[in-house]
Design a protein around this ligand. Structure first.
Ligand SMILES: [Zn+2]
Length: 255
């Protein structure tokens, strides 16, 4: 775990007799504010929920628009946020109306950090089965809104990254490792591993070379062809394409 997220105690008063202790914790449920795009504090939501006759705020955490994480209901207590799932889950309220508004980058970052921390603490697998949007467990709601729901994969992927970082970890150049940097490296690696099989798939800069190699009979493949009668199993990596273009420039395929 990189480091623990900063969780702010906003001084909500609880009568602990009103709360029940949760026996197990194996799920995290994300929520949004609803139809009104606002940046409500944990205390404000506490007031709303008291007004509904509840013990107080039903969510365990509130992630404000600037990414600040506020404490809601005590983490150990049974929440009131996802009908039928409260006795084994933690509820995170992300401020905003995400059927129309977009979550801020700071909110995504804080959610990922918080999810990583909670998953580590309760030994919850960091995957989409255990980290869900409210709508996935109660089908009468669109919560946490389409736009936050669309980012759950990203939050889970970032959370897994956070969980795998050491507190002191930094790159050899002394700069701090970031998820974005790691993702770029993974993307590059995947790009390097990608195979190009048909002329259509091959990038434009390599097409004349590959066409020449086919015409010359240098590149035959197994005989499997596409709808144009051209080889369909060229099976070149990007590096191989590059090398072929260099060879072509050196005149190796002009015979
Ligand atoms: Zn909800």
């Amino acid at each position: 775990m990189k480091d623990e997220p900063k969780i702010i105690d906003t001084g909500i008063d609880w009568d602990e007799d009103d709360l029940d202790e949760r026996d197990s914790t194996d799920m995290i449920v994300l929520h949004h504010t609803g139809d009104t795009d606002m940046d409500a504090s944990a205390k404000q939501i506490h007031g709303w929920h008291l007004g509904q006759g509840w013990a107080g705020i039903g969510y365990h955490f509130v992630v404000r628009k600037k990414g600040t994480i506020e404490e809601g209901r005590p983490e150990w207590a049974v929440g009131s946020h996802a009908f039928g799932e409260n006795d084994h889950s933690i509820g995170i309220h992300v401020c905003g109306a995400f059927n129309s508004a977009q979550p801020t980058d700071a909110q995504i970052e804080s959610c990922a950090h918080l999810v990583a921390y909670l998953c580590e603490k309760y030994d919850i697998p960091i995957d989409r089965e255990h980290i869900v949007g409210h709508r996935e467990v109660n089908d009468d709601t669109t919560c946490p809104g389409d736009n936050l729901f669309a980012k759950l994969d990203l939050i889970v992927s970032k959370a897994a990254w956070y969980a795998n970082q050491d507190a002191s970890e930094s790159d050899t150049d002394g700069k701090e490792a970031t998820w974005e940097k790691d993702m770029e490296a993974i993307k590059k690696e995947m790009d390097g591993a990608k195979r190009y099989n048909t002329l259509d798939e091959i990038p434009e800069w390599a097409t004349p070379t590959i066409e020449k190699m086919i015409a010359n009979g240098i590149l035959k493949g197994s005989g499997k062809t596409d709808e144009n009668g051209k080889p369909a199993d060229i099976d070149f990596s990007k590096d191989m394409l590059r090398m072929a273009v260099y060879n072509d420039r050196a005149g190796l395929y002009d015979r």
